[in-house]
Design a binder for this molecule. Structure first.
Ligand code: TXD
Length: 319
């Protein structure tokens, strides 16, 4: 069986980390694409030379030619410009929309059967635009945000409860932005919902509210600390989990930005919801009942995504 091919469009901080993880896990051969001259080839060479030490077999190639992504099974898109301190995700809109146009056309021409994971911000608008420009079916184009946001939530909860992260599950809905909706009722330690843990005296509602708030602002906290660029280790790991779910037909239930067609009362938008990822891409959208408060918060998040899309459409008339 031929090796799978993973194309990484954008070979910056997340792209490089994705390449490292994909090679270490022997997910397939890796193509790093970037418009920056030389840099993707340099990273590919550097990573290839980690192969003999680590003992992985993966061919890595750096390129600035879209033809090299031909036949890719998975494409992970990070191309664009990341946030600088003080910049909101939405400030990135105009620049990154143009990038999505180029990338979408590159995918359409070279690997229209791929499973495409978009990471570029502002995520919910960029994944929508990438789907439009690429013309791929909606079930083959998803956005990565929820896995990362819920990983942040899990990390904070595990610290607060002083238990292993492995035993903490967390649930985040909505757009990838400060309006995202972490839901405590569906977040658990070994199956015990957080509200029950509060009743058991493990923590307080105030502390949980603070964790929800920190999760919402989790990306910004790292942007401030780094001073130059945004998070990349956890975002890359999160996208790799989604890629593996597809390549191995794992049917994982993961929170991702998926195209909704009426679920949660949303039609025609990409918003973060739990989905099943398997060999057919997005195989199912998991629709759960939300209480009134979560519903209202979700609506705020959906409205923020809608506003971004309107802005996209006014920038690019073709959308
Ligand atoms: O949860 C999430 N979705 C995110 C999103 C979490 C963290 C960061 N998130 C966003 O990912 C971030 O706001 C950015 O929009 C992307 C990529 O972040 P990264 O930190 O990897 O940015 P870099 O290091 O600047 O890399 C971007 C690369 C860079 O090498 C550019 O030369 C390249 O993109 N680039 C392009 N590549 C191909 N084609 C075009 N047109 C292009 N334009 C820039």
């Amino acid at each position: 069986m031929a090796r799978k091919k993973i194309a990484l469009v954008g070979a910056g901080m997340i792209g490089g980390t994705l390449a490292h993880l994909a090679a270490m896990k022997e997910m397939g051969d890796v193509v790093l694409f970037d418009i920056a001259e030389g840099m993707p080839a340099g990273k590919a060479l550097d990573l290839s030379q980690a192969g003999p030490v680590e003992g992985f077999d993966a061919q890595l190639k750096g390129t600035s030619d879209y033809k090299d992504i031909a036949g890719a099974d998975v494409v992970i898109v990070t191309a664009g410009v990341p946030r600088k301190p003080g910049m909101s995700r939405d400030d990135l809109l105009e620049i990154n929309l143009k990038v999505m146009k180029a990338v979408g056309e590159g995918i359409k021409a070279n690997c229209p059967d791929a499973f495409v994971i978009c990471i570029t911000n502002p995520l919910d608008a960029m994944v929508w635009a990438l789907r439009e420009f690429s013309g791929l079916p909606h079930n083959k184009v998803v956005g990565m945000a929820g896995v990362l946001d819920s990983a942040r939530f899990r990390h904070f909860l595990a610290e607060e409860f002083d238990v292993s992260m492995e035993d903490v599950t967390a649930f985040v809905l909505g757009g990838h932005g400060d309006t995202m909706v972490p839901i405590l009722e569906y977040s658990t330690v070994a199956g015990i919902p957080v509200p029950d843990l509060i009743k058991m005296g493990w923590s307080t509602q105030e502390k949980m509210d603070a964790i929800v708030d920190r999760t919402r602002k989790g990306g910004g906290e790292i942007v401030q600390l780094l001073g130059n660029g945004s998070a990349y280790y956890a975002p890359a790991t999160s996208a790799i989990q989604m890629a593996e779910a597809y390549l191995k037909d794992k049917k994982r239930v993961l929170p991702c930005a998926a195209h909704l067609t009426g679920q949660y009362g949303v039609d025609g938008l990409y918003v973060g919801v739990p989905i099943v990822i398997g060999a057919n891409g997005v195989e199912r959208i998991v629709e759960i009942d939300l209480d009134e408060k979560a519903k209202a918060n979700f609506q705020v998040s959906v409205d923020a995504v809608k506003e971004l899309l309107e802005a996209c459409k006014s920038i690019d008339e073709s959308l």
